[in-house]
Design a protein around this ligand. Structure first.
Ligand code: ADP
Ligand code: MG
Length: 298
C-alpha cells in the first residue's frame, strides 16, 4: 500500500461515511472466502457453494476478489470477455460486465493491477463501490473469493463481510495460516465471524477433530465468533470435474464431496446472522479491499 493509496482510501472513506449512500434496503448474505494459505480450495469452495446455493433457489453473485490470480471463471467453465476493469476504465455497465455462468451463478471478474486501480481517482472509485452495492441488491447472496495471504486487501474484504468462510486443510501449515488470519482479524477488531471449512480431509473423523481443535483454540485465545461449518473430503472427482470444466457439485452430484458442500450451503442459508442490509454493508472495507491488494502477502 503506497502512502498515496492510503490518502486516497482515507479521502474516500470520509466520502462513504458522509451519508450519501443510496443502496437498497434489501438484505443479502455476504460471505468472504479466505484462508491464509494458498491452494487450500477457496475458489473451489466459493464456486461450488455458489452453485449449491443457486440450486437451492438463491440468486448468487460471485465476485472474484483475488485480483492477482483471478480464476473463479475457469472453475465455473466460463471465459469472461468483460471484467470490472472494463466497467472502471471504459464505463461498461456492471450488468454487462457480469458473466452469466452456465450454472446460473453470476460472476464479476476483477482483473486489475494495484497501480491501475490507484489511478482511477476518488470519485470514480466511489462510484464503483456504490454501483457494486446497488448491483448486489439484485442478489440474495454475495460471495467474495479472496486472494491467499493475510495482506491488507484480504483483511479488508474479510472485515467488510459479515461472515468469513475460513477454508483450511488438515495440514499443520494450513491450520497455522488459518489461525493467523483469525488473529489478524481479531487484532483489527473488525468484528469477525468465521465458519471453518475443513477441505481436502483424508478422513472425516480426522477432519472433524482438527476443525474442533481450531475452533476451540480460536474461542479460547481470540474474541471472535468461530464455528465449524463442515468437513469436505479430498476427492478425485474434483480434478475430473475441473478437466470437464464443470463445478464438481454439478459434475458429480452424489459424491460425498458434493454432498458436503450442499450441507454447508444449507447451513449458510439457515443462518440469519449472515444477512446484512445492503446499506449497512461495509463499503469502506470493500473500498480498502480494492485499494490495498498491492500489500505484501504474509
Ligand atoms: N476437496 C478437494 N479434493 C480434491 N482437490 C481439491 C479439493 N478442493 C480443492 N481441490 C483442488 O486444489 C487446487 C487448489 O484449489 P483452489 O480452489 O484453486 O485453491 P485456492 O483458491 O485456495 O488457491 C485445485 O486444483 C482444486 O481443484
Ligand atoms: Mg483461488
Amino acid at each position: 500500500m503506497t502512502p498515496n493509496g492510503a490518502d486516497q482510501a482515507n479521502t474516500l472513506r470520509q466520502g462513504t461515511t458522509s451519508g450519501h449512500r443510496k443502496f437498497s434496503k434489501k438484505a443479502v448474505r455476504c460471505i468472504a472466502v479466505a484462508s491464509g494459505k494458498g491452494g487450500v480450495g477457496k475458489t473451489f469452495f466459493a464456486v461450488n457453494t455458489a452453485v449449491a446455493l443457486q440450486s437451492m433457489g438463491k440468486k448468487v453473485l460471485l465476485l472474484d476478489a483475488d485480483l492477482g490470480l483471478a480464476n473463479a471463471d475457469i472453475l465455473l467453465g466460463s471465459t469472461p470477455k468483460v471484467t470490472l476493469q472494463d466497467n472502471i476504465f471504459s464505463g461498461v455497465p456492471l450488468q454487462e460486465a457480469v458473466v452469466k455462468g452456465p450454472h446460473n451463478v453470476d460472476l464479476l471478474a476483477a482483473s486489475s493491477g494495484a497501480g491501475e486501480m490507484l489511478e482511477i481517482g476518488n470519485s470514480r472509485m466511489q462510484m464503483l463501490i456504490e454501483d457494486l452495492l446497488e448491483f448486489a441488491s439484485n442478489y440474495d447472496v454475495l460471495i467474495l473469493d479472496c486472494a491467499a495471504g493475510i495482506n491488507d486487501s484480504v483483511m479488508a474484504f474479510v472485515g467488510a463481510a459479515p461472515r468469513g468462510a475460513l477454508v483450511t486443510t488438515p495440514e499443520p501449515t494450513a491450520i497455522m495460516d488459518a489461525y493467523a488470519l483469525m488473529k489478524v482479524a481479531d487484532q483489527r477488531e473488525s468484528g469477525g465471524k468465521f465458519g471453518i471449512v475443513m477441505n481436502m480431509a483424508a478422513d472425516s473423523s480426522q477432519g472433524e477433530t482438527i476443525a474442533d481443535k481450531l475452533v476451540k483454540m480460536a474461542r479460547e485465545y481470540l474474541s471472535l465468533q468461530v464455528e465449524k461449518w463442515g468437513i469436505i473430503p479430498n476427492s478425485k472427482a474434483v480434478s475430473s470435474a475441473v478437466r470437464a470444466k464443470k463445478p464438481v457439485i454439478s459434475y458429480a452430484q452424489n459424491e460425498p464431496v458434493s454432498r458436503a458442500i450442499k450441507t454447508i450451503a444449507q447451513k449458510i442459508i439457515n443462518q440469519d446472522r449472515g444477512q446484512v442490509q445492503l446499506d449497512e454493508l461495509d463499503a469502506d472495507g470493500l473500498l480498502d479491499g480494492l485499494f490495498k491488494h498491492g500489500g505484501a502477502k504474509e
